[in-house]
Design a protein around this ligand. Structure first.
Ligand code: GDP
Ligand code: ZN
Length: 303
């Protein structure tokens, strides 16, 4: 530490330029090259700056309280931290336009569970679908213990409840493009004036999906990070044996199978498959488990 050292939080990162918030102000910073090799900074990181340079240089990343990470693209596996220091993940899907894909939702949930982050599920655009049609689709998630918020930017449904869920927490909004993440943020925080769709457009397309991110400081100490690159989340080195724990509704049954190393696939005496058969565990969730298990098994030994 020298006299020129300051700490701040990265609120925006694009390629190798970071916007760092220090107190009420922000400053554009470069990132010391060697950090990219050891611990590349992420949106949400608290960092140390050397302000004797112009622009100031990020020299160190301070310890993180949490990360949301994914497997980075490429032949050499790398852990890509999408956002650091958030308290919870808000997974947003639309009731329609685009249609909700629960298999993709399950993937988001597993990554968040593996990173020990709390999750809220938001089903937006409820004005475009009927409650009777949509609620059964998300009932298994409510049963598994996830708070599910049914919202509409059009009618205002569920917005107050969502605002309360965000209060006092640092949250990251994730979900497919076009589900209304920016719209919801604008509706919740009118002063924010996010350009609708801009975030996903600027950072979400093509092969550059892994670089960008935006953390927005909100009133009441809530803050929101909307990071791109979250749409095709890879499973970051989740050992196959840990996958069952990433499905909260499986947990009461774990340890009750006949074989202690049961993979809950086709083993006799499996408590999980028995619970699926009796209807206690949702079949669709279990299907996701088997698909993700196959993926985890295929990628794990290589690393
Ligand atoms: P993002 O990519 O997730 O940030 O999605 P946007 O916020 O850009 O929204 C995508 C489109 O969906 C825009 O045309 C919005 O006006 C529209 N949209 C967002 N929320 C709602 C909603 O609750 N109901 C309806 N009908 N349309 C919405
Ligand atoms: Zn089993």
């Amino acid at each position: 530490m020298s006299d020129n050292d300051t700490t701040g939080q990265i609120i925006r990162l694009y390629a190798d330029v970071a916007t760092v918030q220090i107190g009420e102000g922000t400053v554009q910073c470069a990132i010391r090259g060697k950090l990219f090799k050891s611990a590349p900074p992420a949106v949400g990181d608290w960092v140390q700056l050397d302000e004797s340079h112009d622009p100031p240089v990020i020299t160190a990343v301070l310890p993180r309280k949490s990360v949301l990470a994914r497997r980075a693209a490429g032949t050499v596996p790398r852990r890509h931290v999408l956002v650091a220091n958030v308290d919870q993940v808000i997974v947003v899907f639309a009731a329609a336009n685009p249609e909700p894909h629960t298999a993709m939702l399950d993937r988001f949930l597993v990554v968040a569970e593996d990173d020990d982050l709390a999750v809220h599920i938001v089903v937006n655009k409820m004005d475009l679908a009927s409650e009777e049609e949509i609620r059964p689709l998300f009932a298994p998630y409510e049963k598994a213990g996830y708070p599910v918020h049914y919202t509409s930017k059009r009618t205002g449904q569920g917005l107050e409840e969502l605002r309360q869920a965000l209060e006092g927490k640092e949250s990251v909004f994730v979900g497919p493009s076009g589900v209304g993440k920016s719209s919801l943020l604008n509706a919740l925080y009118p002063g924010l004036d996010l350009k609708v769709g801009l975030v996903s457009e600027a950072y979400g397309k093509g092969r550059h999906t892994t670089v960008g991110g935006l953390l927005i400081k909100l009133p009441n100490s809530a803050s929101v990070a909307d990071t791109a690159g979250l749409r095709e989340l890879g499973l970051w080195m989740i050992p196959p044996d840990e996958l069952p724990h990433c499905f909260p509704e499986f947990r009461p049954y774990l340890g009750q199978c006949r074989f202690s190393d049961c993979a809950h696939l086709s083993e006799p005496g499996c408590a999980i498959t028995a619970a699926v058969e009796s209807g206690d565990i949702d079949e669709r969730r279990y299907d996701s488990y088997t698909k993700l298990r196959a993926e985890a098994t295929a990628t794990w030994p290589r690393w």
